[in-house]
Design a protein around this ligand. Structure first.
Ligand code: ATP
Ligand code: 5RP
Length: 406
């Protein structure tokens, strides 16, 4: 809900009346009270006043997380919500197949809920879920916009168990809204609403290895059916999902290792954190010396490394014509408690205390990717998002004060 603030003028004239939420007037008077914008009749201001609304202090911050199915979005979300504390759970008393996760600070909605065609509908029309024609971008835009403006919405639910569209669920505007799924940056209108965006870019080789792990070992699918499903999705993935990475503020790219020649196991990973320069409220993380190009093998006295070891790289680059800063980690950690050694050589981490990244990694050591750059960089991005949120909130509260001083 937007919050309006009343600034009173120290005279005795009474103006009274109602106000228009969209009108923003900044005067240099004293702040006397704040109230929710739904209560739009003034009853208790006895002196001339000025009201500021809609840049409300409770405006929702929107984060977009894009990736293909089975590429670690849920794992990333668990790391992110943990940074803010409190457990993330589906809406209480709602649809047991809801895709939404709510915690004190964050609400994560899954963009699969904006599929306009259900499983049968897609089959009949011969389109995949990645195809824009199977998704309702008008509704996605309207609902994300409404939530950002502090208004609740009745969001549809795509039921992954039945393959049907279920009755909608009520979503209240949170402090931080995360929209995760296939298309958070596809529609220009939705993209414009994002305060920060992330793309999880999992290379085909690694995606295949993860799919085998989950769908073959855990869900009993055959190797052939996994191969066929990846191949069937590829043209639409290339056309509609992959191009979104050009818009992301951070891309986490996951590739096979270069430390083992001709590795085909896909267990050891090379992970790049590609951070866009010039993004408001986001200072890229760097290694040792900002702006330099660095290659670092931390293995030795302070970091235990078994074969094939660990290699970090850092430096400036360009990505889709944007200037970026890249931190890369190839290899995997043997002992997570020793991670503090690596953490202490990175700067701009947005931690609140020494060793916070290591603490978060230790807390979730059972999550996939905790021993490599995927978990490490996801944790760091979680902390950067907390920092971005705190800066935006601090800036908002400072704005009326600055206006008052002017
Ligand atoms: N960092 C990682 N390292 C190794 N395996 C991983 C990693 N992240 C995810 N996986 C594998 O991929 C699977 C899917 O992960 P997750 O559920 O987080 O992805 P998702 O994008 O949310 O999937 P979906 O869209 O299908 O719900 C996990 O069960 C695990 O096998
Ligand atoms: O790419 C996907 C996003 O997670 C799913 O395949 C899509 O949502 C369709 O779901 P289902 O396969 O359960 O019908």
């Amino acid at each position: 809900m937007a919050v309006c603030t009343v600034y009173t003028i120290p005279t005795t004239t009474h103006l009274g009346g109602s106000f228009n939420q969209n009108k923003q007037v900044f005067f240099n008077y004293k702040r006397s009270s704040s109230f929710p914008s739904s209560n739009n009749i003034l009853t208790s201001v006895s002196r001339p006043y000025v009201i500021t609304c809609s840049a409300g202090e409770s405006q929702t911050i929107v984060i977009g997380l894009a990736a293909d199915s089975g590429c670690g979005k849920s794992t990333f979300m668990r790391r992110l919500t943990s940074v803010f504390g409190g457990a993330a759970e589906p809406p209480k008393g709602g649809n047991p197949d809801s895709n939404t996760l709510i915690s004190d600070t964050t609400t994560v909605i899954c963009l699969d809920d904006f599929h306009s065609l259900d499983r049968t509908g897609r089959k009949e029309k011969g389109v995949t879920a990645l195809d824009p024609r199977a998704n309702d971008f008008d509704l996605m835009y309207e609902q994300v916009k409404a939530l950002k403006e502090g208004k609740p919405v009745d969001k549809p639910i795509y039921n992954h168990v039945s393959g049907l569209l279920d009755p909608p669920e009520l979503i209240q505007p949170p402090k931080i809204l995360v929209i995760e799924g296939l298309h958070p940056m596809y529609d220009a209108r939705v993209r414009e609403l994002l305060d920060f965006s992330i793309y999880l870019d999992i290379s085909n080789e690694v995606k295949f290895a993860w799919k085998i792990q989950r769908d073959m070992k855990e869900r009993g699918h055959s190797l052939e059916s996994i191969k066929a499903s990846i191949e069937a999705r590829k043209p639409d993935f290339d056309a509609y999902i992959d191009p979104q990475k050009q818009y992301a503020d951070v891309v986490i790219e996951v590739l096979p290792t270069q430390l083992i020649p001709d590795d085909d196991e896909g267990k050891v990973l090379r992970v790049k954190m590609i951070q866009k320069e010039g993004v408001k409220y986001f200072n890229p993380v760097y290694l040792f010396d900002e702006g330099s190009t660095i290659s670092w093998i931390p293995c030795g006295r302070k970091l235990t490394c078994s074969y094939p070891g660990i290699k970090f790289s850092y430096g400036p680059d360009t990505f889709y014509d944007n200037e970026v800063t890249v931190v890369e980690m190839d290899g995997q950690f043997d002992r997570l408690d020793e991670l503090i050694y690596v953490e202490s050589h990175l700067s701009n981490l947005s931690t609140k205390f020494y060793g916070e990244v290591t603490q978060q990694m230790l807390k979730h050591q059972d999550f996939p990717g905790s021993n490599n750059g995927t978990g490490f960089f996801q944790t760091i991005i979680g902390l950067k998002i907390r920092d971005l949120f705190e800066q935006i909130v601090a800036n908002r509260s400072a704005a009326p004060a600055a206006a008052a001083k002017a």
